[in-house]
Design a binder for this molecule. Structure first.
Ligand SMILES: NC(=O)c1ccc[n+]([C@@H]2O[C@H](COP(=O)([O-])OP(=O)(O)OC[C@H]3O[C@@H](n4cnc5c(N)ncnc54)[C@H](OP(=O)(O)O)[C@@H]3O)[C@@H](O)[C@H]2O)c1
Length: 234
């Protein structure tokens, strides 16, 4: 229970890897705001997690929803110490560059990149004021430029490469404020997105993001990308 008194907000926290992150954060003594587009799904997840979990209706593609959810969350808890930008979609079909489905590209970026950015815009100022914060952007090895060796899943991969860029910029802007910003790849994990045949379970997928979300006071790890708690090339 090293993190008692801290509050974490996990976007897309009611199922998949996000739900497991909420469980692990609650087990470490944090109060956890479980974000889901449907309040009922968030409430059901909270019942499964226990009394440390509070439900939050939150759609990261809507600036209004983000603002209202963060206002509600701050009212309930006094402030957000940890933000896990976990909400994500994978919408690509078979098209590869140079061909593009602009609707799929826009929708993917709106959740995976702009969604995380919207959250940061509303949550991070409170962290800076408090002199403490942990922001974890849940990315993918598919977003690593170093591993960009085909045109498969272009919208998803470009969205995660862009989320990685946002991670670096935000970390640089927040240097010295006490707010650490890192990116975590959960690895191929069984979930709605990962499917049933993925090699790892949610507990393993959640481990690295939760580790970064709970970096101890005084830690200076920021602007980095990790998988299995080890650096991954950008
Ligand atoms: N599974 C893998 O193999 C894998 C590998 C690498 C990276 N990742 C990343 O891990 C993260 C979690 O994925 P997952 O595997 O757990 O996928 P999942 O089971 O499909 O869950 C996706 C989550 O994102 C939420 N979400 C989607 N659009 C949203 C929106 N507009 N506003 C708020 N929440 C939204 C969903 O919330 P609702 O309940 O509201 O639908 C759901 O909780 C994603 O960022 C994904 O890209 C996954």
């Amino acid at each position: 229970m090293r993190h008692g008194g801290r509050t974490a907000l996990v976007t897309g926290g009611a199922r998949g890897i996000g739900l497991e992150m909420c469980r692990q954060l609650a087990a470490q003594g944090l109060r956890v705001l479980v974000g889901a587009r449907g309040r009922e799904a968030a409430e059901e997840a909270c019942r499964a997690i226990g009394p440390a979990a509070l439900p939050l209706a939150l759609d990261v593609t809507s600036a209004k929803s983000v603002t209202e959810a963060v206002r509600e969350a701050t009212g309930l808890t006094g402030g957000i110490d940890v933000l896990v930008n976990n909400a994500g979609v994978s919408l690509d079909r078979e098209l590869r560059p140079p061909y593009v489905d602009e609707d799929i590209l826009r929708a993917t970026l709106d959740t995976n990149l702009t969604g995380a950015w919207r959250m940061a815009e509303v949550v991070v100022p409170g962290m800076v004021e408090a002199g403490y914060g942990r922001v974890v952007n849940v990315t993918s090895s598919y977003g690593s430029l170093a591993l960009m060796d085909s045109g498969r899943h272009p919208a998803y991969r470009i969205s995660k490469a862009s989320l990685n860029a946002l991670t670096r910029m935000l970390a640089a802007e927040l240097s010295g404020t006490g707010v650490l910003v890192n990116a975590a790849d959960p690895g191929w994990t069984r979930s709605g997105m990962g499917g049933p045949s993925a090699p790892r379970g949610p507990a393993e997928g959640a481990d690295t993001p939760v580790w970064l979300a709970t970096l101890p006071e005084g830690d200076e790890t920021t602007g980095r990308l990790f998988a299995d708690r080890r650096p991954l090339p950008w």
